[in-house]
Design a protein. Structure first.
Length: 403
């Protein structure tokens, strides 16, 4: 019985790379409920990273704000602010961090000039479950050969995104992905159709070719990555579209069948298991019918606000609940990794971060995904982080606010 309870708990808290299972209690679905104003008991702000990376992330969010319609409104729990006010908030914070303050002065400055909101978290714990994602660097080729046999595709020409609100007002905001088959509109091809039956072969949609279908699955889950070519050059690809089928966790599939123990579940153990059992690799990967299409990027992986995400400074949240591009502050834990790549332990950390991305498995007020960048540490952190923490959002006080 105890083992079953532990198993169910792990199913609930696994990350987006491993899948997310809905909480039993009713989840927050409205942005007005996702953040709560904090009037007392502020955290003491301390940042464990360099200021330059924070300034870079802030500049990215400012680029996003500058593109928006001036009438755009952002919801912070019970309060709303114009895009101009949020832009001024980011600019003011950028000015503050550029000055040489001691930590006490810095904290007083923020209390005097900003308002603070805390993420409501999950309905059960009131905490936020943090997971991570990274930019994989994968070996590939621009041409198919005996080693590189598995393609990544551009968005197909026959993939349709249909706004159902155009047909019925009560379906406003709901969309489906489909294709036309004669006189019928039907769901788009599944991953198995595309990867095994090769239904897109001959359509000239290939961007590059990789060595392993698991590499493609990882690239699709992370949403972007770098492909190292035999010439020594590289290309960067990012999310373009998906086939519209729901994401199903391959980690959950491995747990359900007892292939991996709950306490051992990570990206690294999934990779190891599939490499050791190639005869069932397709079966496991095809459990997830979702399939992602890519596009070439000029610079870095892009978040959902259309700017490059910054390692350690960009956060992915549910974009239905939290304000895009917003300044936030997180407290969580991060791994201590030895020279051999193994985790030696975990340590608490806190830092300022920007809400610049989202993810298919990042749903609700109790989920967050940290972008760790690329490299060995980033992959280890993204593959193992499943820890609870806190998120706070900062907004410049309106002139009328005297608190």
């Amino acid at each position: 019985m105890l083992q079953m309870l532990r198993y169910l708990l792990v199913l609930i808290i696994v990350s987006n790379i491993l899948g997310c299972y809905p909480l039993i209690k009713k989840e927050i679905k409205e942005p007005t409920q996702s953040l709560k104003r904090i009037r007392y008991f502020w955290p003491e702000f301390q940042d464990d990273m360099d200021i330059d990376s924070l300034a870079l992330a802030l500049e990215g969010s400012l680029q996003y704000m500058n593109r928006l319609n001036p009438e755009t409104v952002f919801t912070y729990g019970p309060d709303t602010y114009t895009v101009e006010h949020i832009r001024q908030s980011l600019e003011t914070f950028l000015q503050i961090i550029s000055q040489d303050y001691d930590i006490d002065h810095f904290n007083r400055e923020l209390r005097e000039r900003f308002l603070l909101y805390k993420a409501a978290g999950s309905q059960g714990s009131k905490k936020v479950l943090f997971t991570g994602y990274f930019e994989p660097i994968l070996k590939g080729s621009l041409e198919r050969d005996s080693v590189h046999r598995y393609p990544i595709y551009r968005k197909p020409h026959d993939l349709l995104k249909i706004d159902l609100g155009l047909f019925r007002p009560e379906l406003e905001g709901q969309r489906i992905v489909a294709r036309i088959d004669g006189e019928r509109i039907i769901p788009y091809y599944t991953r198995q159709d595309i990867a095994e039956a090769s239904v897109l072969e001959g359509e000239n949609l290939e961007i590059a070719w990789l060595k392993d279908p698991l590499d493609i699955a990882i690239l699709q889950i992370q949403g972007s990555g770098t492909i190292a070519l035999p010439t020594g050059e590289s290309i960067t690809v990012g999310y373009s579209a998906s086939n519209g089928h729901p994401y199903r966790s391959i980690g959950g599939y491995l747990l359900d069948r007892g292939y991996i123990e709950p306490e051992d579940l990570s990206l690294q153990t999934i990779r190891s298991f599939l490499n050791q059992h190639p005869h069932i690799k397709d079966e496991i990967l095809n459990h997830n019918p979702s399939y992602v299409f890519f596009r070439l990027l000029d610079n870095g992986p892009l978040g959902n606000i259309g700017v490059p995400v910054t390692p350690g400074r960009s956060l992915a949240l549910d974009n239905r609940l939290f304000p895009k591009g917003a300044l936030a502050y997180i407290r969580c834990q991060m791994p201590i990794v030895g020279e051999d790549g193994n985790i030696l332990g975990w340590k608490p950390f806190s830092r300022f971060i920007l809400n610049q991305d989202t993810g298919g498995a990042i749903k609700g007020a109790g989920r967050a995904d940290i972008f760790w960048g690329s490299g060995e540490y980033a992959e280890v952190a993204a593959g193992h982080l499943k820890h609870e923490g806190e998120i706070y959002f900062l907004v410049l006080k309106p002139d009328s606010d005297t608190e």
